[in-house]
Design a protein around this ligand. Structure first.
Ligand code: PEP
Length: 249
């Protein structure tokens, strides 16, 4: 499948205070010396979205949220809506991260509703899927991920900007990664499921790999067929590490 320009997204998770914006500023300064050949998105904690947008103004780096609620507003203490993320300056939002699916019991239906809300707010969702270690060891990785794509991707995504991130749960934050062949196998299955769900409109949306992407393995992973970019956790916190991954794309 022909791929468009790669997308490298950094997920800061619940890391980062105002002082951490120096990392975003350092990234911006490096990219001013030599522009990225890929798209770059940084997803800080919601409290930093606005200020990160200011810190990155004038650069090509986009800002995203890490989650949103499906409802637009209401009595949902502590939650944040897609409209609010957009209002704060976000262009993207991660939905269905395994830390949300596992920690908050988010089902595929909830993830699809969040992705729909994101699209309605004018955000591009990054829809995360991935098998657990038990599912992989049972030989069910492709089946599980296929089901997640079919049920988490809203029909509203057809013809819109979005990405799917394949993140094996057992690879997140562990330093473990699947083999390049395993990554290719799942990414091909993800592409087939995207097209089954949305038709050929989903033929070019990027499929990101996520799970222990580091400066020393990024180039190999990003060269795998159907890998359209990366969703990077730990290695997105330091500008130098993230930059190396961006330069590998
Ligand atoms: C993630 O949480 O999306 C992730 C990929 O984390 P890490 O890169 O730290 O494994």
């Amino acid at each position: 499948m022909k791929q468009s320009v790669k997308l490298i997204a950094g997920n800061w998770k619940m890391n980062g205070l105002c002082a951490s914006l120096t990392e975003a500023e350092a990234l911006r300064a490096e990219l001013e010396k030599g522009p990225a050949t890929c798209r770059v998105v940084l997803c800080p904690p919601a409290t930093l979205i606005d200020r990160m947008g200011v810190a990155l103004r004038g650069s090509s780096v986009e800002v995203g949220g890490q989650d949103c609620r499906a409802e637009r507003c209401g009595a949902y203490t502590g939650d944040i809506s897609a409209d609010m993320l957009k209002d704060a300056g976000a262009a993207w939002v991660i939905v269905g991260h395994s830390e949300r699916r596992q920690g908050y019991g988010e089902t595929d239906a909830v993830v699809a509703a969040k992705a729909t809300a994101a699209l309605e707010a004018g955000l591009a969702p990054i829809v995360c899927v991935g098998e657990t270690l038990a599912e992989r060891e049972a030989g069910r990785a492709v089946e599980v991920v296929r089901g997640q794509v079919l049920n988490s991707l809203p029909l509203a995504a057809g013809g819109r900007e979005f990405a799917v991130a394949y993140e094996p749960v057992w690879a997140i934050g562990t330093g473990l990664t699947p083999t390049l062949e395993q990554i290719e196998e799942v990414h091909r299955a993800v592409r087939a499921a995207m097209i089954e769900r949305l038709g050929l409109a989903a033929a070019t949306a990027p499929i990101l790999y996520g799970g222990s992407v580091k400066p020393d393995n990024a180039r190999d992973i990003l060269a795998v067929p159907e890998v359209g970019g990366a969703l990077v956790g730990g290695a997105s916190l330091k500008a130098a590490d993230f930059l190396t991954i961006v330069r590998a794309a």
